[in-house]
Design a protein around this ligand. Structure first.
Ligand code: SAM
Ligand code: SF4
Length: 323
C-alpha cells in the first residue's frame, strides 16, 4: 500500500474503545467525553475482517490502543483473531498499565507480542493527580508483569509537562540503566479542551536531551529498537535500556509516516490531526468490499499534520483516535 506521496503504509493503530479508566489531564476531561453507543463500536470480528482485507494490500503490523484497550471485555479474544490473519507479523498494545498485572499472561498466550506502557510519574500520588484516578498504578509492577509474560521489548511512554513531572526526567532515564526498557519522552500536544495545559507546559525534546546529558553522556543509539514509530533513541554507556524522544511539537516526521488509524467506530483516519477519514463500518456491515475505500483513503492522506499550525480539526482528545 502506498499513499499519494509514495509512503509505504504497513502499520495500523486500532482503537478498540473510546473509554478509559483514567482521566489524564492532557487527554480527557474529568467528566469524560460523549461516549460512543455500543452499537456503533466495531465488534472484534469486524475489526479482524478489516485487518484481513488490508493484509493482502501490505498491512503487516498492528497496535491495539484506545481509550484504554484493557477495559474492553475479552481483549485476548481480539488478539487471537488478529494473530491468525496471514501477513500480520507484529501485534503490540498501548496501555496505561493498570490491568497488566492481571492480564499480561492471557494477552501473551493469545499472541500479543509486546506492550507500550504509559507512565507519567514514578510517584504514586503524582500518578493519581495526573490521571485524576487512583487505581494503584505502579510502573515497576506493570512492566515486570509484562516482562515476565514475554511482552518485551518494554517501552515506557512519558508525556513531559513543565512544572508537573519534568523534575522526574532523570529518574525515568535512570530506569534504563537497570532494566532493558525503552523510556520515551513525548512532547505534550496541547490538543482538545486542555483547559489547564497550555503551550507553556511543552518541554521541547532538545531541552529534555540537554537536561539529561548534563548529568551523564547520552549517546545516539544505533541499535534498532523493535517498533514502528518516529522515536529517536539514545543510551547511557553500558545501559541495557535506552532513552527516546517523540517530538510531535518540534520536529515533523511526517515524511516517514507509515501508519493509518482505525477509530473504535470504524473510521479509517489517515492522519492523527486533520479531518481526513473514510468511514468503513457501514460498508463492512453491508458486506461491501473495502479495498476501494482504502485506496480512496490513501489517495487523500495528507503530506503532513497541521498540529504546528494549530489546525487540529475537530479532535477533542487523542483517545478518540487511538493516540
Ligand atoms: N490508554 C492508552 C495509554 O495511555 O497508553 C492508549 C491510548 S493513549 C491516547 C496513547 C498515548 O497518547 C499515550 O502514551 C498518551 O500518553 C498519549 N497522549 C494522549 N494525549 C496526549 C497529549 N495531549 N500529548 C501527548 N501525548 C498524549
Ligand atoms: Fe486514558 Fe490513555 Fe488518555 Fe490517559 S492517555 S486518559 S490512559 S486514553
Amino acid at each position: 500500500m502506498r499513499d499519494q506521496f509514495g509512503r509505504s503504509i504497513e502499520y495500523l493503530r486500532i482503537s478498540v474503545t473510546d473509554r478509559c479508566n483514567f482521566r489524564c489531564q492532557y487527554c480527557m476531561p474529568l467528566e469524560g467525553l460523549p461516549w460512543l453507543p455500543k452499537a456503533d463500536i466495531l465488534r472484534y470480528e469486524e475489526i479482524a475482517d478489516i485487518v484481513a482485507q488490508l493484509a493482502p494490500l501490505g498491512l503487516r503490523r498492528l497496535r491495539i490502543t484506545g481509550g484504554e484497550p484493557t477495559i474492553r471485555p475479552e481483549l485476548p479474544r481480539l488478539v487471537r483473531l488478529l494473530r491468525d490473519i496471514p501477513g500480520i507479523e507484529d501485534i503490540a498494545l498501548s496501555t496505561n498499565g493498570v490491568k497488566l498485572p492481571q492480564m499480561a499472561g492471557a494477552l501473551a498466550d493469545a499472541g500479543l507480542h509486546r506492550v507500550n506502557i504509559s507512565a507519567d510519574s514514578l510517584r504514586p500520588e503524582r500518578v493519581a493527580a495526573i490521571a485524576r484516578r487512583d487505581l494503584g498504578f505502579a510502573l515497576h509492577t506493570a512492566a515486570l508483569a509484562a516482562e515476565q509474560a514475554g511482552l518485551g521489548p518494554i517501552k515506557v511512554n512519558v508525556v513531559v509537562m513543565r512544572g508537573i513531572n519534568d523534575d522526574e526526567l532523570g529518574d525515568f532515564a535512570a530506569l534504563t540503566r537497570e532494566h532493558p526498557w525503552h523510556v520515551r519522552f513525548i512532547e505534550l500536544m496541547p490538543v482538545g479542551e486542555l483547559r489547564d495545559l497550555t503551550w507553556e507546559h511543552v518541554v521541547p525534546s532538545d531541552e529534555i536531551l540537554a537536561r539529561l546529558s548534563a548529568v551523564d553522556a547520552l549517546l545516539p543509539d544505533a541499535t534498532p529498537v523493535q517498533g514502528n514509530g518516529p522515536a529517536a533513541y539514545y543510551r547511557y554507556a553500558g545501559a541495557p535500556g535506552s532513552v527516546g524522544v517523540i517530538t510531535p511539537m518540534t520536529h515533523t516526521y511526517c515524511e516517514k509516516c507509515n501508519r493509518v488509524r482505525l477509530t473504535a467506530d470504524g473510521r479509517l483516519r489517515t492522519c492523527l490531526f486533520g479531518e481526513h477519514e473514510v468511514p468503513l463500518r457501514d460498508a463492512l456491515r453491508r458486506g461491501e468490499p473495502l479495498a476501494p475505500l482504502f485506496t480512496r483513503a490513501l489517495a487523500e492522506k495528507p503530506r503532513e499534520h497541521a498540529l504546528l499550525q494549530l489546525r487540529v480539526g475537530g479532535l477533542r482528545a487523542l483517545s478518540e483516535v487511538g493516540g
